[in-house]
Design a protein around this ligand. Structure first.
Ligand code: MRU
Length: 357
């Protein structure tokens, strides 16, 4: 670990975007499909609206879809009538199942719904209020976890380090501050990071549409690269750390994350660069033993066949579009969570930190 600089992080300066807003009546989601050209919110008034927004990627990123699902549960409660939490449980379950089915890979979605179910099971006549307070707590805890992970992850970096990140793991993908982008925000604020590179993240372009825009909002310079330029960049010596988020971390330390993460880990190991995964404990799934057991979401092959809504590939060509991959634990130098850092993760080191998860 490198000694922590004295100056605290100015969160107001380095974290301005919020993707999820609860008005008390409506869930407003910053529509990530239109960014950065159009900054607008989708208004959800039912849990089915929330499930559709998660499926369509209006809201995306593992922690953000968990938080959105928690608020979706609050909206689902409006449509049912029950005297207390335990009698509401069975009535609300179909809505929770629809929320859970919206995306399969990120465990945060099932984790948040399980937490909402537990809160409901113990609630009395104020069960709607209990659900609302639980959703608010999930959101607040995520922000606090991200800030903690930012400081922990940055502490591993020597001053002036070069970093490469993938996908979008920032405020847009969380309650705020971000996971991997939280480490980058903290590292820049503390002078530990001298240069930030972001991969464009084909085919949905989370890197080029979201990450570099989000960093620009906070005055952090980032250089965009084609995903295919990553090995060349590492070979040139400009990257000390590859820093990414996660959608599910298994009991043996294998990590599912945005497609392309695995090849970055291979390239980092080949070039002697370090590879860091940053995720809250809500992304850790100790019930899944290893990465081969994770369901990998496949999305519309059409995402690969066109650019900006215009088809560029000849008719009759087929495409395969898995949107996550699994990085084996052996390629990971550090998993950073709000509970602490697991260096060189394996089954034993994961169990040591997440025994009761
Ligand atoms: O398909 P997406 O954009 O939801 O995928 C997001 C990612 O893979 C992120 O890296 C991950 O969810 C971590 S976000 C803090």
């Amino acid at each position: 670990m490198h000694e922590t600089p004295a100056s605290p992080i100015d969160y107001a300066r380095y974290d301005r975007i919020r993707p999820i807003r609860w008005t008390g009546e409506t869930l407003e989601l910053l529509d990530q499909r239109g960014l950065p050209a159009a900054v607008g919110y989708v208004a959800c008034t039912t849990s089915n609206d929330v499930a559709a927004a998660i499926h369509a990627l209006a809201v995306r990123g593992a922690p953000a879809i968990g938080i959105a699902a928690a608020w979706g549960t609050v909206l689902a409660a409006r449509a049912i009538d029950a005297a207390d939490g335990s009698s509401a449980l069975a009535l609300i379950e179909p809505a929770l199942q629809r929320l859970n089915a919206a995306r399969p890979t990120a465990v945060n979605l099932a984790w948040a719904l399980a937490r909402m179910r537990r809160a409901l099971a113990g609630a009395g006549s104020d069960w709607r209020g209990v659900l609302e307070r639980e959703a608010r707590a999930i959101e607040a805890e995520d922000l606090a976890a991200n800030r903690r992970m930012g400081e922990l992850g940055a502490s591993l970096m020597a001053p002036g380090s070069g970093v490469l990140t993938h996908c979008n793991t920032g405020s847009l993908a969380t309650a705020g501050f971000g996971t991997a982008l939280g480490v980058i925000r903290a590292g820049v604020a503390q002078g530990r990071i001298g240069k930030v590179f972001a991969g464009e993240t084909r085919p949905w372009m989370q890197g080029s549409r979201l990450t570099v825009w989000e960093l620009q909002q906070d005055g952090i310079d980032a250089t965009l690269i084609a995903d295919a330029a990553a090995s060349h960049l590492m070979q040139g010596g400009q990257v000390d750390w590859v820093v990414v988020g996660a959608d599910r971390i298994c009991a043996n330390g294998d990590v599912a994350n945005k497609i392309g993460t695995y090849q970055l880990a291979i390239a980092a190991r080949f070039h002697g660069r370090k590879f860091m995964v940053v995720a809250p404990s809500s992304t850790v799934d100790m019930d899944t033993a290893s990465g081969d057991l994770i369901e990998i979401e496949e999305r519309d092959p059409g995402e690969l066949l066109g650019v900006g809504g215009k088809r560029i590939v000849a008719e009759g060509i087929s495409a395969w579009n898995p949107v996550f991959d699994v990085t084996p634990a052996a390629l990971i130098d550090a998993i950073v969570t709000e509970k602490g850092i697991v260096e060189h993760p394996d089954e034993a080191s994961m169990r040591a930190l997440f025994a009761d998860a």
